[in-house]
Design a binder for this molecule. Structure first.
Ligand code: THU
Length: 160
């Protein structure tokens, strides 16, 4: 038996104002999408904005349901729309902003495991990295150069 250490590297910006202009613009689109979240059950709203290599920006927000598991996260709402509208476009990056509707969220909120798996599918499909930026309502913004960095031991088609 031997131990295997898995390491990852992320970049952390102190706040939104530190972001490069184009990234800040994408995060602003995610913020606008967040305002359209439908989250009466969790009172937690998430917005995502995806930049494609054809310059289209696709946004999404979390959409909840009285039958809880039928709801969908913002990231998957956006990425499935991108995949269905522009199946041949590559995803350059995704910006995500998330927070509670009842208290201020200052810590960066990473995509949930199911969303990471969904994003991983497209990263593998297009064979180029997808950058992920995520934040709370304010405070630090975390950047991952690729989805794979935040999903160690990835499960993908190579396992099938
Ligand atoms: N949510 C997202 O939209 N993205 C995530 O990555 C984490 C969770 C949503 C799902 C649900 O509507 C609410 O946030 C609380 O879990």
């Amino acid at each position: 038996m031997k131990e295997v250490k898995i390491e990852t590297i992320l970049q952390v910006y102190d706040n939104y104002d530190e972001l490069p202009e184009d990234i800040a613009a994408l995060m602003t689109q995610a913020t606008e999408a967040r305002s359209k979240a439908y989250s009466p059950y969790s009172n937690f709203s998430v917005g995502a904005a995806i930049l494609l290599d054809n310059d289209e920006v696709i946004t999404g927000s979390n959409q909840e349901n009285a039958s809880y598991p039928s709801g969908l996260c913002a990231e998957r709402t956006a990425i499935y729309y991108a995949g269905s509208q522009y199946p041949d476009a590559k995803i350059i990056r995704m910006a995500v902003i998330a927070g509670s509707n009842v208290k201020h969220t200052m810590t960066p909120i990473p995509p949930c495991g199911a969303c990471r798996q969904a994003i991983a599918e497209y990263e593998v499909k297009q064979n180029t990295p997808i950058e992920i930026y995520f934040m709370g309502e304010t405070g630090k913004v975390v950047k991952s150069d690729s989805l794979a960095n935040i999903l160690p031991l990835i499960f993908d088609k190579s396992s099938l």
